[in-house]
Design a protein around this ligand. Structure first.
Ligand code: ACO
Length: 334
């Protein structure tokens, strides 16, 4: 069976940079630069301009990934689009991206809703489609706009300070030979913790999807049990790393580069310590991106490539944890 590999990577961040000091200057948010840096490692994040959509960010990221892969949009057979913040309730963002990228050429588009693990779920789906021979070149996008849905009062400050907007994209395609490419993946969810990190409304299971009462209570904002998420993240990210290593006969010492989800720098430092992997092998972008959820790992990958931290033949670990709860890992021979 043929292997699949990542052929090109692109990214796009909105122009506007929002520093911790800007958040500190909002009296109702009641936060400080010091608190945010100490607890999360975040210094700044990007917010979209009014009217800028998730697909507006995804499009240039996708175009760059296609170009870096040495391909043109005509070569792309399928789109997988991961986001927890779609532009509309329906249809999915993949359809809007199909229109912007391909116009009159119909291309299949699948939206993936597994939050911070969304990129690894999407990459794994693409891997299986390429291995099976169904498609050759698949565009995988992770893109989020959090800034338009955050609670900028004290009530929401724990969540609000961690999120940023952005998009990352990769093109996956068949790998020559069987030495390089995506070696294996593991994907999990545990829905008993779904309500520990979620946005409850608008809800189609409610009598009224949205009401003045819901808005007055702020039930349309994301809510998080931060400490519980933190603890589960460390345990599950370590566990799933061992799983993909065991499945491929590797050990932690074989890993050259870790591209982890960026929810909190302290989580990644603790995962590194628990696994016994030197922190210098972890690529962290959180200080300037915040948590961009499904966009995080392709942005991290882009940054690693740009800075020469990702080289041919490296053994690369992708690992993520987030809302659902969901968690996932992939091991790639670059
Ligand atoms: N500024 C100032 N003070 C704050 C802020 C803030 N932004 N947020 C919370 N606080 C206060 C709290 O009110 C509390 O005050 P109190 O002691 O007087 O009651 C104190 O700080 C400690 O609050 P905690 O919530 O216990 O703080 P913690 O150290 O747990 O840090 C954080 C919070 C950063 C959110 C952390 O829990 C975390 O990173 N959790 C994991 C996040 C994560 O991994 N998310 C998953 C991905 S997101 C996704 O999937 C969509």
């Amino acid at each position: 069976m043929r292997q699949a590999k990542i052929l090109g990577v692109g990214m796009q961040l909105p122009e506007r940079i929002v520093t911790n000091l800007e958040l500190e200057s909002m009296p109702e948010l009641d936060t400080t630069d010091e608190w945010i840096q100490q607890r999360t490692g975040i210094e700044a994040r990007h917010y979209t301009a009014p009217g800028e959509s998730g697909v507006d960010l995804a499009l240039p990221a996708a175009q760059e990934a296609i170009e870096k892969a040495g391909l043109t949009p005509d070569d792309i057979d399928f789109i997988i689009y991961a986001t927890l913040s779609p532009d509309y309730f329906f249809p999915g963002n993949g359809c809007f991206l199909q229109d912007r990228l391909f116009g009159d050429r119909p291309v299949g588009a699948l939206d993936v809703r597994t939050q911070c693990s969304g990129f690894i779920y999407s990459l794994t789906t693409a891997d299986c489609m390429i291995k099976s021979g169904l498609y050759d070149h698949i565009l995988i996008v992770g893109a989020e706009i959090h800034s338009t849905g955050l609670d900028f009062t004290r009530r929401g400050r724990d969540v609000t300070v961690i999120f940023g907007d952005g998009a990352g994209a990769v093109v996956a395609g068949p790998a020559p030979g069987d030495q390089s490419g995506i070696l294996t993946s593991a994907l999990y969810s545990e829905g008993k913790y779904a309500r520990e990190l979620w946005t409850e409304y608008p809800a189609s299971c409610a009598t009224s999807r949205l009401s003045h009462d819901i808005l007055d209570q702020g039930l349309h904002y994301p809510k998080m049990n931060g400490r519980m998420v933190f603890k589960h993240a460390i345990t599950r990210m370590s566990e799933v790393t061992h799983e993909v290593l065991n499945k491929t006969g590797h050990t932690v010492d074989d890993i050259d580069v870790v591209l982890p989800h960026q929810a909190n720098l302290r989580i990644n430092q603790m995962v590194a310590a628990q696994l016994g992997i030197p922190e210098k092998k972890f690529v962290n972008t959180i200080s300037w991106t915040g948590n961009t959820t499904a966009a995080t790992i392709p942005i991290c990958m882009y940054d690693a490539l740009k800075n020469g931290r990702l080289k041919e033949n490296d053994l690369v670990l992708l690992v993520a944890f987030g809302s659902g709860f969901t968690w996932a890992a992939s091991l790639i021979r670059w």
